[in-house]
Ligand binder design. Structure first.
Ligand SMILES: NC(=O)C1=CN([C@@H]2O[C@H](COP(=O)(O)OP(=O)(O)OC[C@H]3O[C@@H](n4cnc5c(N)ncnc54)[C@H](OP(=O)(O)O)[C@@H]3O)[C@@H](O)[C@H]2O)C=CC1
Ligand SMILES: O=C(O)C1=N[C@H](C(=O)O)C[C@H](O)C1
Length: 268
């Protein structure tokens, strides 16, 4: 039996490609597509909106309206919308795949405490490559951590609103955890002026925004005489969407816990 998936932010960059990915995955079917209530797209066929042909699912303006029609919600929107949708899923026992980034620490804590009664998967990046790279980063950090300066550089399209990217922060956390540092204490978000020589303990972040870059991330481990760089480049949003749909299908039947994409891929 196929897993019934709902997609919020249906008209967004990720929303449209998520609709396509749900229709392409043999284990899932598109059950609902949600946009803001005031959207001019309410009533439009979600498959036609996504450019994949008629799906027989009209875009609606409220998640509550379709709550009986799906098993798992995939949400790639903005933090406030994701939180509101998480409460609806918690109240109705639905599973949730969260792709949204840019949560404050308080919002993150709230998301983890909504009392979801079904599984919830949270990941800043659903591509297989990034999740494999998180494991590689742990290995590199453990082997090189105290002897290297660690810097993270990310580039994204000009429309991205949060910085640094959720993936860059997840990479920073993977590296910091592996070498016993607390990212909040050691992160340096950009440098300007006479900032002094670098402190080895710090983990630096640099952000590039422009054009249509889908998502590039490089973590540099820089020592005297050598430099290791671990880079991931996404060339299509389908890499994220395919992973999120895989997570949605995987969540059904799991116990009501919070999972990551590493759990879905068996990398934990
Ligand atoms: N985890 C991962 O693998 C990935 C995560 N992302 C993250 O996904 C999120 C979305 O990215 P992207 O698709 O590029 O962004 P878009 O701006 O293209 O899409 C966001 C969608 O959310 C809707 N939305 C915004 N605000 C609200 C609100 N208050 N209530 C309801 N709906 C709202 C938008 O509607 P409207 O246009 O009407 O505002 C739009 O449909 C970002 O946080 C991004 O970082 C992106 C790619 C991969
Ligand atoms: O906004 C995006 O586009 C992306 N956001 C995610 C992030 O913040 O890490 C994932 C991906 O890099 C694309």
């Amino acid at each position: 039996m196929s897993v019934r998936v709902a997609v919020t932010g249906a008209a967004g960059r990720m929303g449209k490609i998520l609709i396509e990915a749900v229709t392409l995955n043999p284990s899932t079917e598109l059950a609902a597509a949600i946009e803001r209530p005031e959207s001019t797209l309410i009533g439009v066929d979600a498959g036609e909106l996504a450019g994949v042909g008629h799906a027989g699912v009209a875009v609606v303006g409220s998640l509550q309206e379709v709550v009986d029609q799906f098993d798992v919600l995939i949400d790639f929107t903005v933090p406030q919308a994701t939180l509101a949708n998480a409460y609806v899923c918690a109240a109705s026992g639905k599973s949730l795949v969260v792709g949204t980034t840019g949560f404050t620490e308080d919002e993150k804590a709230e998301l983890l405490s909504v009392g979801i009664k079904s599984g919830m998967c949270i990941a800043a990046n659903y591509s297989t490559g990034v999740n494999v790279s998180l494991k590689l980063l742990e290995l590199a950090a453990k082997a090189m951590g105290d002897d290297v300066d660690i810097e993270i550089v990310e580039a994204h399209h000009r429309h991205k609103v949060d910085s640094p990217s959720g993936t860059a922060l997840a990479m920073g956390e993977a590296v910091a955890d592996a070498i016993g540092r607390n990212l909040q204490d050691v992160a340096v978000y950009g440098r300007e002026g006479i900032v002094g020589a670098r402190d080895r303990e710090t983990i630096g972040f640099a952000t590039v925004r422009g054009g249509d870059v889908v998502g590039d991330h490089t973590v540099m481990f820089m020592a005297e005489g050598e430099r290791l760089e671990i880079t991931h480049k996404a060339s299509s949003r389908m890499s994220f969407a395919r992973g999120a749909v895989r997570a949605a299908a995987w969540l059904v039947g799991q116990s009501p816990e919070v999972y990551s994409m590493k759990d879905v891929l068996g990398l934990e």
